[in-house]
Design a protein around this ligand. Structure first.
Ligand code: GLY
Length: 360
């Protein structure tokens, strides 16, 4: 097992990573103290696979609430249904919520934990690669609004994150690969050595060799933990984690369920790099190196169908990162070095998009 700490003074917490990590849950709950009840909020598909083995170590049976799989559950209605169950179970402020599943359940369960009784403690048990290396670390909680993803939410740090790499073994390969996109992102913005390590170990990463998976997750969590420790509430440096996400979110919005989030982010990184090269901020060689790693890991380099550049630019302007009407773009200057720009024109977005449009 490896442990990475998110260093946030009185809100600091450990991220435990490794095979069989599920066995630590009982100890983690006991270490919190004053816990009368544990509630597990689980994705219904994940619960069917992993719930039984997770709860074995708990001293008393938890209350289990399952949430239908899929982003549609991550709404205020979905949260209200969970509040009803917490009320039925008489959950008190000293109790603990455990979220079991991917980013959807972690975000929604975290939002419910943050707001029930003005905040109860929660433990994240992510079961997707994307949630393990990104969404479960850093205390962002969320519900979707009809006008956009993650528009409702608060920062509420978990008491611990528990990543059992065996849980990732049931993940469909496409979802697993989509999660690798956040790893490419972390490497590009913060850790060039990780980018090269991923290229060299692509085969072992893609076949989920356990020791390699633990190392991959631990290295990513360390990057994310460091960024969050410097800027918990995204006032400055945390925004670099949005690299690839401006165009990525627009693609996700326009293509709905055709692509995974991570696939959109991969395309968003390629487009952002094109934009940076066009501004002579970034060398083409580095853009090519990142595109190669994206391809080696099996992530897409082109859209499945052509998108209208004006529509993409419009959606970019609806993004949460828009401030004072201008789009905030995170661009690379070099591997491990970023720059935030706010003056991106529609024409630049169209030019950047052209490199990811399908070939004729
Ligand atoms: N996923 C970006 C962040 O946590 O800030």
């Amino acid at each position: 097992m490896q442990t990475v700490t998110v260093d946030l003074a009185e809100r600091a917490y450990p991220i435990h990573i490794g095979r069989g990590g599920r066995r630590l849950l009982g100890d983690i709950v006991n270490s919190i103290g004053d816990v009368h009840q544990v509630v597990i909020i689980a994705d219904e598909r994940v619960a069917a696979l992993h719930l039984e083995s997770l709860i074995i170590g708990l001293q008393s049976p938890p209350t289990v609430v399952t949430v239908p799989a899929g982003e549609a559950s991550k709404s205020l209605d979905g949260a209200a249904r969970l509040f009803d169950r917490l009320a039925d179970a008489r959950i008190e402020r000293g109790d603990v919520i455990v979220t079991l599943g991917g980013g959807m359940v972690g975000d929604l369960g975290g939002f419910v934990a943050a707001t029930w009784l003005r905040g109860v403690r929660f433990i994240q048990v992510p079961t997707t690669l994307e949630a393990a290396i990104d969404a479960s670390v850093g205390g962002k909680t969320a519900a979707n609004h009809t006008s956009g993803k993650n528009l409702i939410g608060v920062f509420h740090q978990p008491a611990a994150v528990l990543i059992d790499t065996d849980f990732l073994s049931t993940l469909p390969q496409r979802d697993y690969i989509a999660g690798l996109s956040e790893s490419v992102k972390h490497a590009a913005i913060r850790d060039p050595a990780l980018l090269h390590w991923q290229a060299e170990n692509a085969k072992a990463i893609l076949s989920r060799v356990p020791a390699v998976l633990t190392e991959l997750i631990a290295r990513n969590c360390a990057i994310k933990a460091d960024v969050v420790a410097h800027d918990e509430r995204e006032r400055n440096v945390r925004a670099i984690l949005n690299y690839g996400h401006t165009v990525g979110h627009a693609i996700e919005h326009l293509l709905g369920y055709q692509l995974r989030h991570g696939e959109c982010v991969a395309l968003g990184m390629i487009a952002a790099n094109r934009l940076a090269c066009a501004r002579e901020l970034l060398d083409q060689e580095i853009a090519d190196c990142i595109a190669d790693v994206i391809a080696t890991l099996g992530l897409p380099q082109r859209l499945p169908r052509a998108l209208d550049a004006a529509a993409v630019a419009e959606v970019c302007k609806l993004d949460k990162k828009v401030r004072g009407g201008s789009i905030h773009f995170v661009l690379l200057r070099d591997l491990g070095a970023t720059e935030r720009v706010t003056d991106v024109s529609d024409a630049e977005i169209a030019a950047a998009l052209s490199v990811i449009q399908p070939r004729d």
